[in-house]
Design a binder for this molecule. Structure first.
Ligand code: GUN
Ligand code: FE
Length: 424
C-alpha cells in the first residue's frame, strides 16, 4: 500500500534482482518490478504480474521502465567496512614487512604527506572514483590525522555520491614519525557522509586519548572504528602497554570504545572469550582477508565469529590489502576459509552465497546501517549495482566466474546514478 502520496517514482526496473535476507544468503527474484522514489528509497518490489496496478498507484508509464536484459541483474551495492583512503597511493607495493615494521617504514611517512591538500585531493579523488566503479556504494574510510584533508575526503565522497563514514585518524604515541599526532574529530557534514571516531589502534594511543574518544563517541552517538588483534606481535605489544587489561578487547572495552556502532578491523587472533564481548556489546568485525595474507598477519576464522553471533562485514584494507575491489575481498574470504579447511577438515567452509551476504547485508549490519541499506526492502535506500555478465570484451566470456568492474555497468546510491560518471 502506498501511504505517502507526495513521493514520486524516479526509477522503475524490471527483471532479475539478487540480494540477501536474514533467512537466505542469496535470494533470486525473477520477473519482478522494483520502484525507487524521488527520495532514493525503494517504494515497491513486486512480481511483474502486478505491474499494471503498481503503475496506476504510483503514476509511472511503460516508457519509464528500465528493462534488464537476459544477462543482467541488480544487486545491492557492496559495503567496504575498512579501507585506508590515504594509503591508496601505494596500493600493490610495500607488502614485504609485517604490520609494525610496515607501519613505520611505509605507512606513517606516506600519511604525513596529507598536510598537502593538493596531494590529498589527487589521491582521494582517485580512491572514491575507483571504489565506486568497483561497486563500493558505502565505504568506511580511514583518512589521516589531518583535519583539512579528512574534510576534503568527505567532500569528495559527497560530490561523487558515495555513502561514507570518514575517520580522521587519532594517535598520540609510539610513532616513528614524531610530528604525527593529534586528537580532534570531524563534525557531522553531509546527508550520506558521516564522521567516525578513529583511534588508530591501541599501540598508538595513550589511555587518556582512548578515554576522550570513547566519551566523544558515546556523547554524540557516533560510529567508532579501529584495529584489533591483527598480528601476534601487536597483541604482545598491547599486553605490555596496557598491563591492567585482561586482553586487547578489554583495552577498548575499558575505554568505552565497544558499542553497537563500533567496527574493529581484523580480529585474527581474538579468543572466544573476546568474541563473547563483541557479541554482548554489539560491536562488529571487519574481515580483511587480502591484507591478513599480504602482510602475513593471520587467518580469521569467520565461521567461528559468525557462530558467536558477532556482526561481520568485509574490508579491502587498502593498502595492506593490495586490491580496492570488494569482489577481491569476497574471493579472498573464500580462499582463507578454504585454507582453514585444508588445515582442519572439520572446519565448515564458507559458501559463496554466505560471502555475498557478508559483502552486502553483513557490511550494512557491521556499520549499523542495516535499517537504511544492505538489501532490497521497501523503505530502504536504493544502493544498487546493475550487473551484466556478458559485456562486450568483458572477462566472463573467457572464464565463467571471472567478473570484475567491467561487469558493473551502473551504480546507484540512494537512487542517484553515480556510475558511469557524469563526466565520461
Ligand atoms: N594497525 C594500525 N594502523 C594500521 C594500518 O594503517 N593498516 C593496518 N592494516 N593495520 C593497522
Ligand atoms: Fe587497516
Amino acid at each position: 500500500n502506498r501511504n505517502d502520496t507526495t513521493a514520486r517514482i524516479a526509477h522503475v526496473f524490471r527483471g532479475t534482482f539478487v540480494h540477501s535476507t536474514s533467512g537466505a544468503a542469496v535470494e533470486i527474484l525473477q520477473n519482478c518490478v522494483l520502484g525507487v522514489d524521488d527520495q532514493g528509497k525503494i517504494a515497491f518490489i513486486e512480481n511483474d504480474r502486478d505491474e499494471e496496478s503498481l503503475s496506476k498507484l504510483w503514476g509511472f508509464g511503460a516508457s519509464d521502465i528500465k528493462q534488464l536484459g537476459q544477462h543482467e541483474f541488480l544487486m545491492p551495492g557492496m559495503v567496504d567496512t575498512h579501507i585506508h583512503a590515504s594509503q591508496y597511493s601505494y596500493t600493490g607495493t610495500a607488502l614485504d614487512l609485517p604490520l609494525l615494521e610496515w607501519l613505520n617504514t611505509y605507512t606513517f611517512p606516506v600519511e604525513a604527506k596529507y598536510k598537502d591538500l593538493e596531494f590529498a585531493n589527487n589521491v582521494y579523488t582517485k580512491v572514491v572514483r575507483r571504489t565506486l566503479k568497483n561497486g563500493t556504494t558505502t565505504a568506511c574510510y580511514f583518512a589521516t590525522i589531518h583535519t583539512d584533508a579528512s574534510l576534503l575526503l568527505g567532500e569528495l565522497a559527497d560530490k561523487f555520491g558515495q555513502r561514507a563514514l570518514v575517520g580522521k585518524v587519532c594517535m598520540d604515541c609510539n610513532s616513528a614519525v614524531p610530528q604525527y599526532k593529534e586528537s580532534s574529530i570531524l563534525e557531522d557534514c553531509y546527508p550520506k557522509v558521516k564522521p567516525v571516531v578513529t583511534p588508530r589502534f591501541a599501540p598508538s594511543c595513550s589511555s587518556s586519548l582512548l578515554s576522550e574518544l570513547g566519551e566523544i563517541a558515546n556523547n554524540n552517538k557516533l560510529h567508532i572504528q579501529s584495529h584489533i588483534s591483527e598480528n601476534k606481535g601487536e597483541v604482545e605489544l598491547v599486553k605490555t602497554l596496557f598491563p591492567g587489561c585482561k586482553s586487547y578487547t578489554d583495552v577498548y572495552l575499558k575505554h568505552k570504545l565497544l558499542t553497537d556502532r563500533t567496527v574493529m578491523a581484523h580480529g585474527c587472533h581474538l579468543t572466544d572469550e573476546e568474541l563473547e564481548i563483541f557479541h554482548e556489546t554489539g560491536s562488529a568485525i571487519s574481515h580483511c582477508p587480502n591484507s591478513n595474507i599480504s602482510i602475513c598477519s593471520g587467518m580469521l576464522n569467520v565461521r567461528n565469529v559468525l557462530n558467536h553471533k558477532v556482526k561481520l562485514g568485509l574490508g579491502t584494507d587498502v593498502a595492506a590489502g593490495y586490491s580496492p575491489s570488494m569482489l577481491d575481498a569476497m574471493r579472498r574470504t573464500l580462499d582463507t576459509s578454504k585454507a582453514l579447511t585444508i588445515q582442519d577438515p572439520q572446519h565448515k567452509t564458507l559458501s559463496f552465497e554466505e560471502v555475498f551476504r557478508l559483502a552486502t547485508l553483513g557490511g550494512s549490519e557491521a556499520l549499523s546501517l542495516d535499517d537504511q541499506i544492505g538489501n532490497f526492502v521497501v523503505g530502504k535506500d536504493f544502493d544498487a549495482l546493475r550487473v551484466n555478465v556478458c559485456v562486450p570484451e568483458g572477462p566472463i566470456d573467457l572464464f565463467p566466474g571471472e567478473g570484475d568492474d567491467r561487469n558493473i555497468t551502473e551504480v546507484y546510491v540512494a537512487g542517484r546514478q553515480v556510475v558511469p560518471f557524469p563526466d565520461t
